[in-house]
Design a protein around this ligand. Structure first.
Ligand SMILES: Cc1cc2nc3c(=O)[nH]c(=O)nc-3n(C[C@H](O)[C@H](O)[C@H](O)COP(=O)(O)OP(=O)(O)OC[C@H]3O[C@@H](n4cnc5c(N)ncnc54)[C@H](O)[C@@H]3O)c2cc1C
Length: 442
């Protein structure tokens, strides 16, 4: 390809758009990234919150990455981000704290054993499940390995698990929390096929694939800012506060309109979320038809409840699960990122918490925490960040568009286009790298 005639516009400065741009500048392409908002990062970004004249850097949601996020980790390495400095890597563990049970569920992968033995022995030795339930879980893991984590037809995950002799208790303490964390979709409607893809990449292969990587810095410092610096250091351009208002095909490429007027590009990568793509493709009927399926997508929320306790507050571990509560995962940000006394609680997917006001929700979560951790004092302040369309609902047989489109020289990036995975940073980054490959190899 003649690089001097090629100028690529990337619409959207989230993980997908920025990884597309980083992969293109590496190959010598000139790229302009247009981002509608005043900051990069999209759904993985830092939010500045003021309380009593003090500024706090919070993430729009407490993210967890996995050792299996191969492309994300390789990309971060390439642009000079030191994994050890930015993530706390912990072997998979699920410590579920319960306010009503004497023997809560606790599972730890056995870090000195190779995969999948690390998980199988972990399951055998876990607490809070009957022996017969532990054996049922192990049998299912072995069955999945033998069938290469594939199924002939997609079914809702809960139905699949019941069919595989998983008891309601096993589903409630093991599979449902994993499903919510991975797919952000209620287990009654979640896609078994996509869940098994995540299990395959997490529990198969290298034992480090199942490690949790917990951000030690705010997300923007880990992902979007270093990516932006990398892209700009190679001479390409990032334009913030530049929403693309319309997109038209021209003889040799595309005309993009922002508040500054029109500009022309040879290639375009649309890297916005499926919820905001319709307006962009209004003038491109072929693409509109190809994207018809995304109009039927449903979305799932994620609420992150930040509670500030006195600075000396410390939870027994950096990450704890909760059962029989609205709160699902609890993070001690004092231990994690030196935000002393700050606790973040995640409530994934739709549910009755959406009927509460933000203050009511924060109070309810604070009550749950004080029951689970009786030494906790009253929180000093709280902040609820509600991402109402955090992810697409990862239901069965969801049609996903491909990165290549019927419109020549126009490509789609974004978590929803990486058909193997639910909405994740890794899916978004893989889709961006794929778009760059498609452009470079055209
Ligand atoms: C609260 C929360 C918690 C999450 N937790 C996890 C987790 O633990 N692990 C994990 O892997 N994933 C998690 N995710 C999902 C992950 O953040 C997303 O899958 C990923 O960030 C999506 O990236 P993207 O680039 O595809 O889309 P987006 O991040 O949505 O980026 C799209 C960008 O396009 C911009 N844009 C839109 N329209 C226009 C336009 N017309 N012109 C210019 N720009 C435009 C938007 O402003 C946005 O910046 C979470 C998401 C949320 C919200």
């Amino acid at each position: 390809m003649n690089l001097s005639n090629t100028h690529v516009a990337v619409i959207g400065g989230g993980c997908a758009g920025l990884s597309t741009a980083a992969a293109l500048v590496d190959r010598g392409f000139q790229v302009t990234v247009f981002e509608a908002s005043s900051q990069l990062g999209g759904r993985a970004r830092t939010v500045v919150v003021e309380n009593n004249n003090l500024m706090h850097l919070l993430d729009n949601g407490q993210h967890i990455l996995l050792g299996a996020y191969r492309e994300t980790l390789a990309l971060l390495r390439k642009i000079g981000v030191d994994e050890k400095q930015v993530f706390l890597r912990v072997p998979l563990q699920m410590n579920l704290q319960s306010i009503s049970e004497k023997s809560p569920f606790s599972l730890k992968s056995v870090h000195y054993l190779p995969a999948p033995l690390n998980m199988l022995v972990g399951l055998l030795c876990c607490s809070g499940l009957k022996f017969s339930e532990r054996i049922a879980a192990i049998k299912l893991m072995l069955h999945l390995k033998n069938t290469q984590y594939q199924i002939t037809s997609d079914t809702p995950l809960e139905q699949f698990l019941l069919h595989q002799q998983q008891t309601p208790r096993l589903i409630a303490v093991l599979w449902e929390p994993l499903c919510l964390a991975a797919l952000n979709t209620p287990i009654e409607i979640a896609s078994t096929r996509i869940f098994l893809n995540v299990l395959r990449d997490t529990f198969n292969g290298n034992k480090k694939n199942s490690d949790f990587l917990l951000p030690r810095l705010d997300l923007s410092k880990i992902i979007s800012q270093p990516l932006a610096q990398y892209i700009q250091s190679k001479g390409s351009v990032i334009r913030l506060n530049r929403r693309i208002r319309s997109l038209e095909a021209t003889k040799n490429g595309f005309s993009l309109e922002t508040r500054d007027g029109k500009s022309f590009f040879s290639h375009v990568v649309i890297a916005v979320s499926p919820a905001s793509i319709d307006k962009l493709v209004e003038g491109l009927p072929k693409l509109q038809r190809a994207l018809k399926q995304t109009q039927t997508y449903q979305y799932q929320p994620i609420y992150t409840i930040y509670l500030q306790y006195p600075a000396e507050t410390k939870l027994p571990s950096v990450m704890t699960g909760l059962t029989n509560t609205l709160g699902q995962w609890v993070f001690d940000r004092g231990q994690l990122c030196d935000q002393k006394g700050l606790i973040a609680v995640i409530v994934s997917a739709e549910g009755k918490h959406q009927r509460l006001s933000q203050d009511e929700l924060a109070l309810k979560i604070a009550r749950e925490l004080s029951q689970a951790f009786p030494a906790l004092e009253k929180p000093l302040w709280h902040k609820v960040i509600a991402e109402k369309r955090a992810t697409f609902s990862c239901v069965t047989n969801l049609a996903r568009p491909t990165n290549k489109t019927p419109q020549p020289r126009l490509f789609l990036a974004g978590d929803y286009t990486y058909a193997d995975y639910p909405a994740t940073i890794e899916g978004a980054i893989r889709s961006g790298i794929k778009c760059a490959d498609l452009i470079a190899n055209a």
